[in-house]
Design a protein around this ligand. Structure first.
Ligand code: SAM
Ligand code: SF4
Length: 326
């Protein structure tokens, strides 16, 4: 479906849980976020129905996220059913990678082809500090395993945190010389409880690129056809992997936005930066028809603000990324 600003909206990011096995400083408070009561979280059957309805509205690309999607029980069976729905052309998953060593093979077998793994530092001590207890070796093993299994591409998402991971920027770029990974640098966003931390450590993606070019030489722009992301891609000359820069904050890509979000508790969110949500759970559980549910998807698309600035004007603050589905 095309929205009122002429953008084709065909990408649904589906948060399947608000639970997480980490506590990243920029994403949630140390004590965690208040979890929704279990009965408010959509069960897999409900999710499958909504995704089927979404395909009737024109959605073709789906990403599972959270919270941490790999902690949800029954995930593999859910994915097997999901990939069989007519109209689901592309399924990817975003994970912190902690459970990948034991789950990567099952995910591949179930039908996931593309993986985004979040890793903001290559220093195990810093990783533990940033995630409040995470084990770097597990994520690293997960990345290696995903590459061995042939996920294509394996994307490593690095949140830019000036004064925290600047030492890693060039090391991450060098990874693309050794492995066929897409490393994507993402600007930290002031959202939910992360505001203070995000503001303190913000740096534009252009700064990371400059630092990398100062050490590794001029990067070469490249075309990337997989996925639907807003990154601009480059390569270190001769590297097998690629480097992406996502300037969500310094240079909004709103005019190319193709997505809306579904939260784990069944709320449709037209824009990450706009607090407005449309409730799907209640009508779904009250016996709404497919047509009525499809109408709510259409309404969400029609509510998409033209830009980040409009979204911020309409509403701001609210939930953390782990609750919306980053
Ligand atoms: N738990 C999974 C993970 O970490 O990959 C999936 C959910 S997480 C909310 C999705 C992505 O959002 C992660 O790559 C994470 O780094 C990113 N994220 C969370 N809070 C953010 C913030 N304030 N600014 C930028 N990215 C953020
Ligand atoms: Fe959990 Fe992902 Fe948020 Fe980190 S970024 S706390 S792994 S949901």
């Amino acid at each position: 479906m095309v929205d009122r600003y002429g953008r084709k909206i065909d990408y649904l990011r589906v948060s399947i849980t608000d639970r997480c096995n980490l506590r990243c400083i920029y994403c949630m408070p140390a004590e965690g976020v208040e979890l929704k009561p279990r009965e408010e979280i959509l069960c897999f059957e409900e999710l499958l129905r909504l995704i089927r309805v979404a395909t009737s509205v024109g959605f073709r690309k789906f990403r599972l996220t959270g919270g941490e999607p790999l902690v949800r029980k029954g995930l593999i069976e859910f994915i097997r059913s999901l990939v069989q729905l007519p109209g689901v052309e592309d399924l990817s998953l975003t994970t912190n990678g902690i459970l990948l060593p034991q789950m990567a093979a099952q995910l591949k077998d179930a039908g996931v082809r593309r993986l985004n793994i979040s890793l903001d530092t290559l220093n195990p001590e810093k990783y533990r500090e940033l995630t409040r207890g995470g084990d770097f070796s597990k994520v690293w093993e997960g990345i290696q395993k995903s590459l061995d299994l042939g996920f294509d591409p394996v994307k490593v998402n690095v949140v830019i945190l000036k004064g925290f991971n600047d030492q890693d920027w060039v090391d991450f770029a060098e990874l693309t010389c050794r492995y066929p990974v897409h490393v994507r640098f993402i600007e930290v966003m002031s959202i939910g409880t992360s505001r203070e931390f995000a503001e303190k450590h913000f740096a534009p993606a252009s700064q990371v690129r400059e630092r990398i070019e100062a050490v590794l030489g001029k990067l070469v722009p490249v075309e990337v056809v997989t996925g639907s992301g807003p990154a601009r891609y480059f390569q270190v000359p001769g590297a097998s992997g690629k480097l992406g820069f996502i300037s969500a904050v310094s240079n909004h890509f709103c005019s190319r936005c193709n997505r809306i979000r579904l939260t784990a508790d069944g709320q449709l969110r037209p824009c990450l930066f706009d607090q407005r949500e449309l409730d799907l759970r209640r009508p779904l559980r009250a016996g709404a028809s497919d047509q009525e549910l499809a109408e709510i998807f259409r309404k969400a698309i029609s509510l998409k603000p033209s830009s980040y600035h409009e979204a911020v004007r309409l509403a701001s603050g609210g939930r953390d990324m782990c609750q919306i589905g980053g």
